[in-house]
Design a protein around this ligand. Structure first.
Ligand code: KIV
Ligand code: NA
Length: 265
């Protein structure tokens, strides 16, 4: 199998082929996601929410991200594996950012890292890139700043914030990021940014004009039913399927129909 590299992702934008991306946090799920053929798998700090049950992405640690990332890398044969630098591991200074990125690359075997923010973290991004580590940017709704924003509503609806976002995207392209996530911004702004920079944009809640799309795998599969923002499409109802299976198992145990003779030694 030919591996997807950052160059492959770039070529896809150049020829106008959309980039499909999903998150994964463990070996079993990553193997399924990779075999299905997505180009990029993100080990997102959304693991803090969907794997650990935290309300925000802030609590997850670099050691926990490395555990998830190493598990994903062991399963993936084709996709590009990108790992989120967690909150607190890169905002202090560029040295700290570089050592966090290096830890993630060495200890997980991932192929790239993702950082939230624009101009404020330019030095950190530049330093990580100069060490040869590919960087994906992340603009718009950046969940690590949720206590600054106050809500998870659409970002950059106002002119000033939209202008800054476009400048940040241009900066990310200029310093050498291979791609940028645009989260929860107006469709028209995604179109403008995607046409203004040569590196691929990957949208989530950002409309159809991004060069690629990403969603959290648990949301795509309908594992947690309560979370249903309008940008999400459920491709399965695994919650119901899993509940039915487990209910049947319980029934069979209670009635002593499991295990049967053939299932015993
Ligand atoms: O952590 C995450 O899952 C993300 C994406 C949804 C872009 O950052
Ligand atoms: Na994230």
């Amino acid at each position: 199998i030919k591996r997807v590299t950052t160059h492959v992702i770039q070529e896809m934008k150049t020829r106008g082929e959309k980039i499909s991306c999903l998150t994964a946090y463990d070996y079993s799920m990553a193997g399924i996601v990779d075999a299905a053929g997505v180009e990029l798998i993100l080990v997102g700090d959304s693991a803090s929410n969907v794997m650990a049950g935290h309300e925000t992405t802030l609590p997850i640690t670099i050691d926990q991200m490395i555990y998830h990332a190493a598990s994903v890398v062991r399963a993936v044969k084709r996709a590009l594996v990108v790992v989120d630098l967690p909150f607190g591991s890169y905002q202090g200074n560029s040295r700290e950012a570089l050592s966090s990125a290096i830890r993630i690359m060495k200890e997980s075997g991932a192929h790239a890292v993702k950082l939230e923010g624009g101009l404020e973290i330019k030095d950190s991004i530049t330093r990580i890139l100069s060490a040869g580590v590919p960087v994906m940017g992340h603009l718009g709704l950046t969940p690590q700043s949720i206590y600054k924003f106050g809500t998870y509503t659409v970002r950059a609806k106002e002119e000033a914030e939209a202008t800054k976002l476009l400048e940040d995207a241009r900066m990310l392209e200029e310093v050498g990021c291979f791609s940028v996530v645009l989260e929860k911004i107006p469709s028209s702004l995604t179109k403008l940014v995607s046409e203004s920079i040569s590196i691929p944009t990957v949208g989530i809640g950002a409309g159809p004009h991004a060069d690629g799309q990403i969603l959290v795998i648990h949301d795509v599969l309908g594992i947690n039913k309560e979370f249903k923002p309008r940008f999400l499409r459920h491709y399965a109802d695994l919650n119901t399927i899993m509940n039915d299976a487990i209910t049947n198992y319980i029934k069979d145990v209670k009635s002593s129909s499991f295990p049967n003779e053939k299932e015993s030694y």
